[in-house]
Design a protein around this ligand. Structure first.
Ligand SMILES: Cc1ncc(COP(=O)(O)O)c(C=O)c1O
Length: 414
C-alpha cells in the first residue's frame, strides 16, 4: 500500500460534506466513522435529484423511467471501473450482512456434505454467522482464531487449517475493532493454492481506500457504502465465473440475470442511483490534487495514497498518546504498521462507562460496545458488555479534531 507525497487539501475535502456546515454538529468531532461516515454532498444531491425527478419504476420507455434506469446503470458501471472489475460483477444489496446471508444460501449447493469452510474469528458477525450456520447442513466449519493478546490473525496458523476438502475461506480485510490491515492478496493466494475460494469482508477497510480488486485477486469482496460517504447499501463484488456455479436466490425467472440472482429483496433504486455520487466525490478530490488525466482505477490508486498519508499523519499522535498511558489498553496492535485508524481501547483504572460518558461530554462522537465483533472479543477474553470504546476516523478528519480527542482523553483519565 503506497502513501502519497501530495498533501490533502482538507478545507476542500471538508467543503464536500454538508455535515461540517451543520449548526447542530458544530463543535462535535466525529470519531464513529467505522459505524457510519458522513455522506458527501454529491450523494445527497443525487438522492434529492432522483427522488424529485425520476422516482418511478425504472427501465420503461418513458423519460423519467429511462433516466432512473440510466442513473442506476451508471452506478454499476462506475463502481466497477473504480474497483477495476466489470459491471456484471457488482451487486448492490441492502447491507453487507444481508449480502452474506444470501451468498451463503447461494453457495451452499456448490459444496458436498463433509466439505470444509474456514471462518476467521476476527470478523464482524456479518461475515461469520451465516457461514457458521451452514454447519447444520453438513458442512464442517473450521475456525481461524485470533491471537488472544494482539487480536491478530496468523497466516502460519491458517496454513495448518487447510485440508483436502477446504472449499472456502472467509476473513476480513480489516477488523472493525482490531484495526489491523490483513495481507489480503497473500491470504487469497494461499487459499487458491489449496483450491479454496475467498470471501473478504472489506467493510472496515473500504472507507480508507477502495481496493483494486483485480490486483487483490479475491473471489468475493464486500463493503457497506454508508461507511464510504455514500447511501445505505451493501456493495458486493462476485467474480464472474462464480455466478454460474451459484444457486439463484431470486425469482425463478431471474435465473441467469446476474444483477438479480443475489439480491432477492429487490434493491433500493434511489440508493443505487445515488451510489455514483461517491465516485463524483472521488473524482472531485482527484481533480483537485492530481493534474493528470487517469482511468478510474488509477485515480483510485492515487486517492488511496493521498488518504493513507493523511490518516497516518493523524494516527501517529493518537497512538503515541495512547502508548504513553499506563491506564489504557489498546485493543489490537499499537504500531503504525498496517494499522487502520480504527482504535479500540479499554480504560484500566476507571469504569469504562464513566470514561465513555466523559468523552461524549467533551463533544466527541464515539462508540462503546462490541460493535458486533463479538468473536474477536471472545478470543481476546474481553466481555461484550460493556465492550470497548472505539475511535475511528477517515481522511476528512482534521488535526484539530485529533487534538480535541487527545485533550478529551487526557481530561477524562487524569
Ligand atoms: C467490519 C464490518 N463488517 C460488516 C459490517 C456489517 O455491515 P452492514 O451493516 O452493511 O450489514 C460492519 C458494520 O458495522 C462492519 O463494521
Amino acid at each position: 500500500m503506497s502513501t502519497s507525497t501530495q498533501i490533502i487539501d482538507l478545507s476542500f475535502v471538508r467543503s464536500q460534506f454538508p455535515a461540517f456546515e451543520q449548526p447542530s454538529l458544530q463543535g462535535w468531532a466525529h470519531f464513529e466513522n467505522a459505524g457510519g461516515s458522513y455522506p458527501c454532498k454529491q450523494v445527497v444531491d443525487r438522492l434529492t435529484d432522483f427522488y424529485t425527478t425520476c422516482k418511478v419504476q425504472p427501465y420503461y420507455a418513458f423519460p423519467a423511467s429511462e433516466r432512473a434506469g440510466e442513473m442506476m446503470d451508471e452506478s454499476y458501471r462506475r463502481m466497477a471501473s473504480y474497483l477495476n472489475v466489470t459491471a456484471a460483477e457488482i451487486h448492490f444489496g441492502p447491507s453487507t450482512t444481508q449480502n452474506v446471508y444470501v451468498l451463503a444460501h447461494a453457495m451452499r449447493p456448490m459444496w458436498e456434505e463433509g466439505d470444509e469452510i474456514i471462518v476467521s474469528c476476527q470478523d464482524h458477525e456479518a461475515n461469520a454467522g451465516a457461514w457458521r450456520r451452514l454447519a447444520k447442513t453438513g458442512l464442517k466449519v473450521v475456525e481461524w482464531h485470533v491471537d488472544p493478546e494482539t487480536g491478530l490473525l496468523d497466516i502460519e496458523v491458517l496454513q495448518g487449517l487447510f485440508g483436502d476438502r477446504t472449499r472456502m475461506l472467509a476473513f476480513p480485510h480489516c477488523s472493525n475493532v482490531i484495526g489491523h490491515i490483513n495481507p489480503v492478496k497473500k491470504i487469497a493466494q494461499m487459499a487458491h493454492e489449496q483450491g479454496a475460494l475467498t470471501v473478504v469482508d472489506g467493510v472496515g477497510w473500504a472507507p480508507h481506500g477502495f481496493p483494486d480488486l483485480k490486483e487483490l485477486g479475491v473471489d468475493i469482496y464486500m463493503f457497506s457504502s454508508y461507511k464510504t460517504y455514500g447511501p445505505h447499501l451493501g456493495v458486493m463484488y462476485v467474480k464472474q465465473e462464480l455466478m454460474g456455479k451459484m444457486e439463484n436466490q431470486s425469482h425463478f425467472f431471474k435465473e441467469g440475470v446476474t444483477r438479480s440472482m443475489l439480491t432477492p429483496a429487490g434493491p433500493d433504486h434511489a440508493q443505487i442511483a445515488t451510489a455514483a455520487g461517491m465516485l463524483d466525490y472521488f473524482d472531485a478530490i482527484y481533480e483537485k490534487h492530481f493534474p493528470e488525466e487517469a482511468a478510474p482505477a488509477e485515480r483510485n490508486h492515487a486517492l488511496n495514497g493521498l488518504f493513507r498519508a493523511h490518516e497516518l499523519h493523524l494516527l501517529q499522535p493518537l497512538l503515541d498518546f495512547l502508548k504513553s498511558r499506563t491506564d489504557i489498553r489498546v485493543v489490537g496492535p499499537v504500531s503504525m504498521e498496517d494499522r487502520a485508524p480504527i482504535v479500540a481501547i479499554l480504560p484500566l483504572r476507571k469504569p469504562i462507562k464513566e470514561v465513555y460518558a466523559s468523552l461524549t461530554h467533551n463533544q466527541l462522537m464515539l462508540g462503546i460496545g462490541d460493535f458486533y465483533a463479538v468473536r474477536p472479543l471472545i478470543d481476546m477474553g474481553i466481555p461484550s458488555d460493556p465492550g470497548v470504546i472505539r475511535m475511528s476516523f477517515v481522511h476528512y478528519t482534521s488535526p484539530e479534531e485529533i487534538a480535541q480527542l487527545i485533550n478529551g482523553l487526557q481530561r477524562t483519565l487524569n
